[in-house]
Design a protein around this ligand. Structure first.
Ligand SMILES: NC(=O)c1ccc[n+]([C@@H]2O[C@H](COP(=O)([O-])OP(=O)(O)OC[C@H]3O[C@@H](n4cnc5c(N)ncnc54)[C@H](OP(=O)(O)O)[C@@H]3O)[C@@H](O)[C@H]2O)c1
Length: 243
């Protein structure tokens, strides 16, 4: 039998219309999974679904319980959950407002908790499931200007490690993929000055930004049957930055 196939598996990829989420959806589809993309903006969803064979899409804001419910309902029985969304805006730690913390908590942390909660009963009943959250290399290596991301992605990581303990015997794995600097719209927004972006790239051991497809491939690998004994782990895709 061919390695790394996902034929017959159903995946839900939130934040699936752009960047890393879209690349993960593409990789899962290439391995044979049928994929539902969820995001807030309809136009980008349509465009992404057009490029990803056999994919479906749903407009859903995963920072709300209603949005999570809509995404899960549209996806049906989910075997592979990829929890991903936009990152919190940059600011200094002392300047994050109460509202900024709340928004980050809902978008980054509660979205993953709720999505996993909704997908788990079916996964456990079928004895097979993959829960994968896209986090960041800033887990354990905090970036000064991303305090909300630093705090809440660490929370996501430890939540999935704890959940992994509970569900490992049910055939369900829980892991995180932690990207380093990856050439997406978010990176372009955070590092809009080309000279600054080039200077940053020279500090990465690989001397370049990652490609979204390189992070997407790591997500897809963790979803495969061959990765069934990997759980509670963080897979860094960062060109060597964390070394
Ligand atoms: N790129 C990097 O260098 C890098 C590095 C480390 C970590 N990360 C993290 O990896 C994740 C993905 O990053 P990216 O660079 O691929 O970002 P991106 O290009 O901005 O894409 C974000 C995706 O998430 C969707 N989204 C945002 N908020 C959402 C919400 N509330 N509900 C549903 N969908 C939502 C967006 O579509 P809509 O806006 O239409 O909803 C879009 O599809 C982010 O959390 C980011 O912080 C990225």
């Amino acid at each position: 039998m061919a390695l790394f196939r996902l034929d017959g598996r159903r995946a839900l990829v939130t934040g699936g219309s752009k960047g890393i989420g879209r690349a993960a959806a593409q990789a899962l589809a290439e391995l044979g999974a049928s994929v539902t993309l969820a995001a807030r903006g309809e136009e980008a969803l349509r465009e992404a679904a057009h490029q990803i064979p056999g994919s479906h899409w749903v407009v859903a804001d995963v920072s709300t319980p209603e949005g999570v419910r809509a995404a899960l309902e549209a996806a049906g029985e989910v075997d592979i959950l990829v929890s991903n969304a936009g990152g919190p805006p940059p600011s200094l730690p002392s300047e994050v407002t109460e509202e900024g913390w709340q928004r980050g908590f809902e978008t980054t942390f509660l979205s993953t908790v709720r999505l996993a909660q909704g997908a788990l009963p079916g996964m456990r009943a079928r004895g097979w499931g993959r829960i994968i959250a896209v986090t960041s290399l800033t887990v354990g290596r905090p970036a000064l200007n991303l305090p909300v991301s630093n705090a809440l992605r660490a929370a996501v990581t430890n939540h999935l490690r704890t959940l992994a303990l509970e569900v490992a015997a049910d055939g369900v794995t829980c892991n995180t993929v932690a990207p380093g600097y990856t050439a997406t719209d978010r990176l372009k927004a955070l590092h809009a000055d080309p000279a600054q972006a080039a200077a940053l790239a020279t500090r990465i051991p690989a001397r370049r930004f990652g490609e979204p497809r390189e992070v997407g491939a790591a997500v897809a690998f963790l979803a495969t049957p061959e990765a069934g004994y990997i759980t509670g782990q963080e897979l860094l895709v960062d060109g060597g930055w964390s070394i």
